[in-house]
Design a protein around this ligand. Structure first.
Ligand code: SF4
Length: 477
């Protein structure tokens, strides 16, 4: 019997964290601080996690395993990790199988630094071409992941200890990579490096650790600002598109840039993936999602006689709050989430699917019975979850269930680090016909938010965003 994952939400490829501490006295805490940051980034990958710590003499210790951060690291394991430089990763596989050999950080031997460690968020689109190029130089990859290809590409070009030569070699090797790559890299215990691809598909930010007097004690790189918050790090800035920064043991920063192309940051990061308490490119995620809900209520038909607005936990809640505020309809908690379920697989029969969704969410009949409900979510992927939620709400006594989605129909797969394929998408299967989708979901009505309105609400240059999964406009293939 083949088992199927219950959760049909889109999966982010990964989250990364890098941390350079100046004060030797804090070296014992480096791994623990990085561990806290990985916990904050858990939503970006739940298959495997890893953490490596380097000492100043380049000695390193790596722990990585399958599972959630909290399952992999305990006091005993964290106490094994010492040093002033740490690199961490949480993973969901988009290329490369879900196996321990593909867990990150990836480490390779290096002549000058003993080892190079790399953590990658994103997906390359020219992996096979690069793999062949490496083969021609007698470098064979041991795994199926594009991140290992990147690591070899960088490692084989690092032939000097000199900072400007390292930056030049990084620029040279990474200019060949196409696709999404936000990277955090350690060169032995000497340097922490942050890289963002020229399109800036995935986020990566820089933060500062300071003592009580405001003196700089460390620098950190993280996929999202919510990881800086948990480390008590001050947000400095997002890395620029195509930027490569190199941080040394004294916390000096030097940088260079990959050749410039049009920025195309993933719009879905701010609609769904990123944690609501993060900010990306000056967009405060929670309030942005509330504004999407308000726009849904403003621009789309509000069901007559609706009694309550419910958000699908967790990601649909900010938009539901915005929808309720704009429409004047009462916001209610009608769905309760079991917070302790990780990735859960079930037998793919209809009855087991219904039970499966109940493992994650349950309807509160005392709230929904006899009511006309507006159910708000951020997106529809395969359609299994909303279909089952609508059934669940009706079984709990809801009179009507009207679905409102704070993004347009997803019609195209993603090649830049999000796990969704064309053939899985409900809207694609039903030719983006809203009435057919409504019938398939058995909703009483269905509305999606328009792409133009979402782009308007970012208050940024609309051209700066990748919108390919909505309109097929792929920035790079
Ligand atoms: S295709 Fe969609 S999910 Fe993928 S990067 Fe573009 S906007 Fe993001």
């Amino acid at each position: 019997m083949k088992f199927e994952e219950i959760d049909e939400k889109l999966k982010e490829a990964c989250g990364v964290v890098g941390l350079m501490i100046k004060d030797d006295k804090l070296a014992k805490e480096t791994a623990y601080i990085a561990y806290l940051a990985l916990n904050a980034l858990q939503h970006r990958g739940q298959e495997s996690a890893g953490l490596i710590c380097f000492e100043k003499n380049n000695e390193a210790r790596l722990i990585k395993d399958m599972g959630l951060v909290g399952q992999i690291f305990d006091d005993r394991r964290l106490n094994l990790l010492n040093g002033h430089l740490a690199l961490g990763h949480v993973r969901y596989s988009t290329t490369g199988a879900s196996e321990i050999c593909n867990a990150q950080p990836i480490t390779l031997s290096n002549y000058h630094f003993k080892s190079l460690a790399l953590a990658h968020n994103g997906n390359l689109v020219n992996t096979e071409e690069l793999r062949q190029e490496l083969k021609n130089e007698n470098i064979n990859c041991a795994t199926t992941s594009d991140s290992e290809v990147l690591a070899h590409l960088i490692n084989c070009k690092i032939i000097s200890l000199d900072k400007s030569e390292i930056l030049a070699s990084l620029k040279d090797s990474l200019s060949k990579a196409k696709g999404a790559f936000s990277l955090s890299i350690c060169l032995g215990g000497q340097y922490l490096i942050g890289v963002k691809d020229p399109q800036a598909f995935r986020p990566l930010c820089l933060g500062a650790l300071e003592d009580e007097k405001g003196n700089l004690t460390g620098l950190v790189l993280a996929s999202e600002t919510c990881a800086l918050d948990i480390m008590n790090a001050r947000f400095i800035r997002e890395l620029e598109p195509g930027e490569i920064i190199l941080i040394d043991q004294d916390l000096n920063i030097e940088s260079t840039f990959l050749p410039k192309v049009k920025q195309k940051s993933c719009l879905f990061e701010i609609i769904y993936f990123a944690r609501p308490d993060s900010q990306i490119n000056n967009v405060q995620i929670h309030s942005f999602r509330e504004s999407l809900g308000q726009a849904l209520a403003k621009t789309k038909n509000i069901p007559k006689g609706a009694d309550i607005v419910i958000g699908v936990p967790d990601s649909g809640i900010p938009a539901a709050i915005g929808y309720a505020a704009e429409s004047g309809i009462l916001y209610a908690n009608g769905l309760i989430k079991n917070r302790y379920i990780g990735r859960t697989f079930i037998q793919p029969t209809q009855s087991m699917r219904q039970l499966g969704i109940k493992l994650k969410l349950n309807a509160l009949s005392s709230v929904v019975a006899g009511k006309s409900v507006i159910l708000v979510d951020d997106s529809i992927v395969r359609g299994n979850t909303p279909r089952q939620l609508i059934k669940l709400l009706k079984l709990a006594g809801a009179k009507e269930v009207h679905m409102r989605i704070s993004s347009p129909p997803i019609v195209w797969g993603c090649y830049y680090g999000i796990a969704m394929k064309d053939h899985e998408l409900l809207a694609r299967r039903l030719s983006s016909d809203i009435e057919l989708i409504r019938k398939d979901l058995e909703a009483d009505s269905l509305e999606y938010l328009d792409l133009d309105i979402i782009l308007e609400l970012t208050k940024q240059d609309k051209q700066k965003f990748c919108t390919a999964c909505f309109n097929g406009d792929y920035p790079i293939l």
